[in-house]
Design a binder for this molecule. Sequence first.
Ligand SMILES: [Zn+2]
Length: 318
Amino acid sequence: MRHPDRNGIFAQSSRRAFLASGLSLAAAAAFSRPARAIGRITMGASEFITVSDGSLALPMDSLFPDIEKAELEAFLRAHDMPTDALRPQCNVTILKQGDRTTIFDVGAGSNFVSSTGALLENLGAAGIDPETVTDVIFTHAHPDHLWGVTDDFDELVFANANYHIGQAEWDFWSSPDAMQSVAEDRQSFVVGAQNRFAVLEERIAFLKPGQEVLPGVEVVGTPGHTPGHLSFLVHDGRDQTLIAGDAVSNTQISFEHPEWRTSSDQDPDGGVATRKALLSRLAGDKSRIIGYHFDKAGIGRVERQGEAYAFIAEDAAR
Ligand SMILES: [Zn+2]
């Protein structure tokens, strides 16, 4: 006779297997979903792997409210970018160090938009078993970064991990006032965050800027995109790599025009201040940057070009 706990574990893993097969079918059907973009780079004893969860489509007409339409379209055309919508990749970063496997953000899961939710399938293609993930670290609590933490049975996808998020981010989305503080078309973000937080509550630890979340992983406060947004600077030997999250969100626009306020930042002025400070610091330090919504593998360095910056890609998507 099976021990009841065993039954529980068996039932849970069968459901996961079922969900994983459902995801594969969905992925095969959605031809617009990008191929398995996987970037890999090593820095000392640290290995970074970027894995795609899919992509988003953000209508261009409301994204940069201060920029004249003609100026914006000229910029986009000059960079071979579509003018109707920004179509950012969503790339989760995995950091492997010895026995530790850390994942930064977890994708959108199956309840956000149909062009996302491919993370589990693509993790499999990259040879990463969710059960082996030791730490999950969130940059912020937007759907494309957080909602994939639970499956359709409201169980944690990374069953054995320790979870970490900014204290200010948790407090913002948990607050009874959260619904009033966001735009009407983002009120579902509040409900979605609070639902995931209810599952995470017993397991999650809270971060403050300046602390070390793991050995050699420094917490950097990067508010603006959301009130408690965090980035993470990984130090190994003389080199360092910033997991930027959405503090710097586009390899063309954010680098060439860090001063453009965007409605995708909850506090557009705060977003500009954070972006300028980060790019200046990274260009000076010659640090590497990995952006969640950067093109292709999303790994590169920052080069100062007069008042602006350029993104120098280090690894192409495979
Ligand atoms: Zn995002």
